[in-house]
Design a protein around this ligand. Structure first.
Ligand SMILES: CC(C)(COP(=O)(O)OP(=O)(O)OC[C@H]1O[C@@H](n2cnc3c(N)ncnc32)[C@H](O)[C@@H]1OP(=O)(O)O)[C@@H](O)C(=O)NCCC(=O)NCCS
Length: 141
């Protein structure tokens, strides 16, 4: 085993954000700043995961949470040097096990249209595209 998976906590925040920033296919925004991230992790304790290599460097991460009725995964990324070894699947399965443990029956993911490789991965894990279109509005705060 050349990596160790553990829960993602705010102690990992800076390193994990730097890791995500370095990964093509992951887009961070204002919701990934320290305060909203802290709120997300507090609302969903023990559901998000990172993997570190033998030197302690973050090589994979995923955010997972639920709103009481549906689960959501965000920002799943595995460092290119560690891909195709089952790490992405292991992180997702860890998240889904946590959701199942609190009775959440389905889990959504969000994928950029052009992310063909990502789509193949999710399909391998049993994800199917749905017919609804995500829409979003900015709330003035
Ligand atoms: C998508 C990603 C997380 C996959 O991580 P990974 O650790 O390489 O995936 P795994 O090794 O666990 O693969 C799980 C299954 O998906 C398949 N798979 C993974 N990447 C694939 C690809 N690009 N094309 C086809 N199949 C793929 C694997 O072959 C494996 O199938 P198997 O279990 O039947 O052998 C990784 O490629 C990545 O970080 N991509 C960039 C960020 C990204 O796009 N994230 C998704 C955002 S929604």
């Amino acid at each position: 085993m050349d990596h160790v998976i553990s829960n993602l906590t705010m102690a990992d925040y800076e390193e994990t954000v730097a890791f995500w920033r370095s990964q093509i296919g992951i887009a961070l925004n204002e919701s990934d700043e320290r305060e909203p991230m802290s709120r997300f992790l507090m609302r969903n304790p023990g559901m998000s995961f990172i993997a570190r290599n033998a030197s302690g460097v973050v090589v994979a991460a995923v955010l997972c949470g639920h709103d009481g009725r549906r689960g959501y995964l965000h920002h799943l990324a595995v460092d290119p040097a560690h891909r195709r070894k089952g790490l992405g699947r292991a992180l997702v399965e860890s998240c889904l096990a946590q959701l199942a443990a609190v009775g959440i029956p389905k889990c959504n993911i969000f994928l950029f249209n052009e992310n063909v490789e990502g789509r193949r991965f999710w399909e391998k894990l049993g994800y199917k595209s749905v017919t609804w279109i995500p829409m979003q509005r900015v709330i003035a705060i």
